[in-house]
Design a protein around this ligand. Structure first.
Ligand code: GLV
Ligand code: MN
Ligand code: MN
Length: 413
């Protein structure tokens, strides 16, 4: 068969996605597979079993990243890589991350059953903790592998219960022996749902992002004075939650105030002691700022931090702000972006260029090798929610684009 006519098996891709969606499936139709939870372990075990069926060379590294390698004709050449993440948000969807892992697996199966020999080795990967919602920050598996994050710092990150990431990795049996350290890679492709409204709104099937916005994460700790709510007069209170409420609104106003292309969000808050009849004395909340313009995002933080200080002083509630994580905006390899668009056209799928507002392991991989992503539409533009949905036809279309982009890179001498 002419390799140009090769297609993935859409039904098999759907069945794999459906089987994965049962692990951590929620009553609302989504999945909850928090990183390094028992559900993450079960999904990893299933993924590894599927890799074994193809006799791939399986490696687990110190970060719990899982790699499955299919040899090429010339194994001295750098491999081509593709994958994404198995972990999910709390009450997340059935497509975010896992589509890119199952999509790459479907490509691997298609090559395998058609006995396609490629010039270069092909490596499929599941990166640990892409989401960063149980253990902040996000994308740490690829971040350590790429040399951008320190392994011990990542191991020491804690969840809300005080569990350490390194210990949880060990507990689920995925702290592997291989060094989490980059090696030469010919190209990395990550297949993902768009997680936004553009493709659906414009009736297009394939998105080719030119890159990913910068992601800046902060943790804010506000301190007040706890007291009985009844006898304590309103004047003179140091209510940490009220101070935080004003700060949260300041974050929400930030994009309009900066006047540029920027989004800013407070998504997580912890209030202490969290009793209806105690004035709160401690609040911890997070800030997420994203833009294509890194300087604008940095200036936005400086502005809002100043505003926080003013609000804190007015309420007598001192604050501490930590810079938790920053990843610069990541412009992809133009040659690979063009390839995604060209393959989409050849396969008969409408397509467009765009930008990724969501973070992806592709951001760190882009620091290691030429990188691109393939997006398919999210119904209603909804993601990080249980109703996250993409049609099976679109899942198959994106996997076919992935297959042919990978084949082009795999045959490069
Ligand atoms: C990752 O899911 C992110 O964009 O926060
Ligand atoms: Mn994702
Ligand atoms: Mn996500």
């Amino acid at each position: 068969m002419d390799l140009k006519d090769l297609r993935v098996n859409g039904r098999r891709l759907r069945e794999s996605l459906e089987e994965m969606a049962r692990i951590g499936g929620t009553p609302g139709g989504g999945v909850q597979r928090l990183t390094l939870s028992d559900e993450d372990r079960r999904a990893r075990d299933l993924f590894v079993a599927w890799l074994r069926e193809m006799d791939l060379e399986i490696t687990i590294d110190q970060m719990g990243n899982i790699f499955g390698r299919r040899p090429g004709l010339n194994n001295d050449l750098a491999p081509v890589m593709s994958g994404s993440h198995i972990d999910s948000q709390p009450k997340g969807g059935r497509f975010d991350g896992i589509l890119g892992v199952m999509g790459a697996l479907e490509v691997m199966r298609t090559l395998h059953e058609n006995r396609v020999q490629t010039e270069r080795p092909f490596v499929i990967v599941d990166w640990t903790n892409e989401e960063g919602s149980r253990f902040a920050p996000a994308m740490v598996g690829s971040g350590v592998w790429a040399g951008a994050l320190d392994l011990d710092w990542v191991y020491a990150r804690t969840d809300v219960k005080g569990n350490k990431l390194g210990q949880e990795l060990e507990r689920i049996g995925y702290k592997g022996p291989a060094p989490a350290k980059k090696r030469p890679v010919q190209a990395y492709y990550e297949y993902h749902i768009e997680q936004g409204p553009i493709l659906e709104r414009e009736g297009q099937i394939i998105g080719a992002p030119k890159g990913i916005l910068c992601l800046h994460w902060y943790d804010i700790f506000v301190e007040g004075t706890a007291n009985q709510v009844g006898p304590t007069p309103m004047e003179g209170r140091n209510d940490a939650l009220c101070a935080a409420a004003e700060m949260i609104l300041a974050v929400n106003r930030l994009p309009a105030r900066m006047g540029g292309n920027l989004v800013a969000t407070v998504g997580e808050i912890h209030n202490f002691p969290n009793s209806r009849n105690i004035i709160p004395d401690k609040v911890h909340f997070t800030v997420d700022i994203r833009s294509w313009d890194d300087d604008l995002a940095l200036r936005a933080w400086e502005e809002v931090e100043k505003e926080f200080q003013g609000l804190a002083a007015a309420r007598g509630c001192p604050l501490r702000a930590e810079v938790t994580w920053r990843v610069e905006h990541s412009p992809f390899d133009e040659r690979l972006v063009e390839r995604v668009l060209r393959q989409a056209e050849r396969l008969g799928y409408s397509s467009r260029r765009m930008v990724s507002g969501a973070g992806h392991d592709a951001s760190y991989m882009n620091q290691v090798c030429p990188t691109a992503m393939i997006f398919v539409p999210s119904i209603g533009g909804r993601s990080h929610v249980e109703v996250e949905e993409t049609t099976w036809e679109d899942c198959e279309a994106g996997a076919n684009v992935l297959l042919h982009c990978l084949l082009e890179s795999l045959q490069e001498k």
